[in-house]
Design a binder for this molecule. Structure first.
Ligand code: GLP
Length: 271
């Protein structure tokens, strides 16, 4: 796991957007896995800026969102489809037909979830999956206790998530009890995962994910099994990590390597 600690949520957003923009530039037809919640909003704002100011092109990309509330349609202001339109899709040149969000109004969820998985496979799999993390360590809506091999399915939300998300709905009673979510196994199939988190409220979940045991009690910890994960944190979200200083050292080495500064690292320089 590559752990990057930035000073504040603004630099987290710029860094995360930088990774996504680099992928879009090197592979304009890439398949992006997208996330909702407050965590990725800054990243989307930076991507919109890069589209506007630097012509970052989304027209050939395909997107798959992680999850959707069951029972909410695309016009419901708290649906994740609505969120994606407002926070990103309406402001960049993504091709509408290329954007996918699980169907919250399916009449048969087993069928629509299997179809969602099939669509991801048909698109060639997800190149980069953007993720936030719940305060209980969930990724997408894979609540504690979810199988680490799970696929897209209907999932009941735990009370902590309902409480956390009540701020968007006005009251806990209005938060849906069920969601359609990619499984942990679906997420682990992505070629690369990029998780963003900011604020003290995420510090414990982040410690469990990065330094705790792999456990269904913190489904994000399954990312420890993935060979290409980058976690971008602000100081507060990183505040409970025991190996903070090591991650900073490792990141300095990584940046020197990327800049070709091999000498500074005591490595042999060619020719
Ligand atoms: C929801 C979403 C998750 C998200 C989490 C954290 O539960 N399903 O994908 O990571 O909220 O939300 P926030 O970023 O608002 O803290």
């Amino acid at each position: 796991m590559r752990v990057i600690i930035e000073q504040d949520s603004g630099s987290v957003a710029r860094r995360a957007a930088g990774f996504i923009a680099a992928l879009l530039r090197s592979n304009p037809s890439c398949v992006l896995g997208l996330a909702t919640g407050s965590s990725p909003i800054g990243t989307y704002q930076e991507l919109i800026r890069l589209h506007r100011d630097e012509g970052l092109d989304f027209s050939r990309a395909t997107t798959f969102n992680l999850d959707e509330y069951a029972g909410l349609g695309p016009d419901h202001p708290q649906s994740y489809r609505f969120f994606m339109q407002r926070q990103l899709f309406d402001h960049v040149n993504v091709t509408p037909d290329h954007t996918h969000v699980p169907d919250g109004l399916a009449t048969d969820f087993a069928v629509s979830c299997a179809a969602y998985e099939a669509r991801i496979r048909a698109a060639g799999g997800i190149d980069l999956q953007l993720l936030g993390i719940g305060s209980d360590g969930h990724i997408a809506f894979n609540e504690p206790g979810s199988s680490l091999a799970s696929r897209t399915r209907l999932k009941s939300l735990v009370r902590e998530t309902i409480r956390d998300n009540a701020r968007f709905f006005g009251s806990e009673a209005l938060v849906p009890r069920l969601a359609v979510t990619m499984g942990v196994g679906t997420i682990l199939d992505a070629r690369q995962c990029l998780l963003v988190a900011a604020g003290r409220g995420k510090a414990e979940a982040i410690r469990g994910m990065v330094e705790g045991p792999i456990t269904a009690s913190n489904t994000a910890s399954a990312l420890q099994m993935h060979p290409h994960v980058c976690v971008v944190l602000d100081e507060d979200a990183a505040s409970m990590l025991e190996r903070r200083e090591y991650y900073r050292d490792a990141e300095r080495c990584q940046l020197l390597l990327e800049a070709g500064e091999r000498q500074a690292l005591g490595l042999p320089v060619a020719g």
